[in-house]
Design a protein around this ligand. Sequence first.
Ligand SMILES: [Zn+2]
Length: 294
Amino acid sequence: MDKTSATVDSTLKSNDVEVKTRTQNSEKLQDNVSNSNQSIQVLSIDVGCIATGYSHLDRAPCSVAIVNDRCEILFDSLIKPDKPVVSDLFPFSGVHKVDLQHAPSFDEVIQKVNSFFTPTTLIVGQSIMSDINWMKLEEGAHYNALIDLGDEFTTFDPKYSNNKYFSLAHEAYVLLKIDLSAMGGHVARNDAKASIKLYNEYIKDNDQSKLEQARQARLRAPTKIPPFRRFNGVYEKVSLSAFNRGYCRCGQSLVNELHKRPNQKRRQNSNDQKEELSPSMNKKMKVINEKNES
Ligand SMILES: [Zn+2]
């Protein structure tokens, strides 16, 4: 494993304001689960993105899927981007540009998406804040608590003395024997289903020893070469790496650099679109960055 990438992951985590929110919500959830299990609706949501420019920050949602806790797909739609598509990033989005031409607009999709969520919904996902931000889901209106699988499965790696954060693909491969990357890129519905399965299998019952075994298995398992490394940081001229300067081909700020800037904790107040884009990068790039190890 590559020590640099491990450090990058760790830095991102500790600097990410949203991570703290997730942890707090996770704690809140534990109370809620024990108090009123039946009132909680558990949903997983996943959003895929295409490139609207050549920087690693130029992204727009192109697909979204919502899955319930019985692993049933409640909603699955493509999204027609409101900007020209530079690349569909197929190896990462699982979506072909041509299929977006007649897809519903972002506004249409987001209304439908929001209708599935209630103030008592528990949302499960990997780097879930990016999906929540893209779909404009708000705490109190659309959800009560969040479970971020990336946080739940984070493992201390004694080899490098830091926390290791892995992708959904790695978790699914090691813990569920599901190869998400073999299913045509990161298809939203497959990712959402895998998230629910991981939640049902390892998180729901709050069995700490089982969860710890899962973490250790995940840590020990060999990781695949990440797609962004396979493409040497660029796909159809689009810079892929938002986390690794060595693989960024556009020179824009890395996501962790953006997060480090002062006055940036609230994306709603931020004047730059990057803030809004970066969380999604956060996720997609984690997916391709996390296996920045050989
Ligand atoms: Zn770049």
